[in-house]
Design a protein around this ligand. Structure first.
Ligand SMILES: [Zn+2]
Ligand SMILES: [Zn+2]
Length: 133
């Protein structure tokens, strides 16, 4: 299988994954709503190193998340697309980077307590009020 390439909106940033990611966690925290334009963010969590930035360089916005943890939000400074967030325990990649987004599968929702009326939480999977541990 060839490597899967993901891109930001303008294409300046490319990421490559060695293993095709499948599972997605939707985050409804207030920071993700700001960053996404109002909805949740859809995050891919893979072992460190499975996905890497292979073209371009991300800009970083540091923020203290609803969880109290500090988060580095990496984005494309040209088009504004979110690329990944680096938490102390893991790195989460944005599902929108990938062409095979149709094949990704939602497995859980986090920060469901921060949901707004515009976004309808998919209740077919487990929803955590706060972050999943
Ligand atoms: Zn871009
Ligand atoms: Zn979030």
């Amino acid at each position: 299988m060839s490597d899967e390439i993901g891109k930001c909106l303008c294409g300046r940033i490319e990421v490559t994954c060695s293993e095709l990611p499948k599972n997605v966690i939707a985050c409804y925290c207030s920071d993700c709503q700001k960053a996404s334009g109002g909805g949740p963010s859809f995050n891919i969590i893979v072992p460190d190193g499975d996905i890497q930035v292979t073209k371009g360089e991300t800009s970083i916005f540091n923020v203290t998340a609803d969880s109290g943890n500090s988060v580095e939000r990496h984005f494309c400074s040209n088009c504004g697309s979110a690329v990944y967030s680096k938490l102390s325990t893991r790195t989460v990649w944005k599902a929108g980077l990938f062409n095979h987004i149709q094949d990704l599968e939602l497995v859980a929702n986090v920060w469901g307590s921060s949901d707004n009326k515009l976004s309808i939480i998919n209740t077919e999977v487990k929803t955590f009020d706060k972050g999943a541990s």
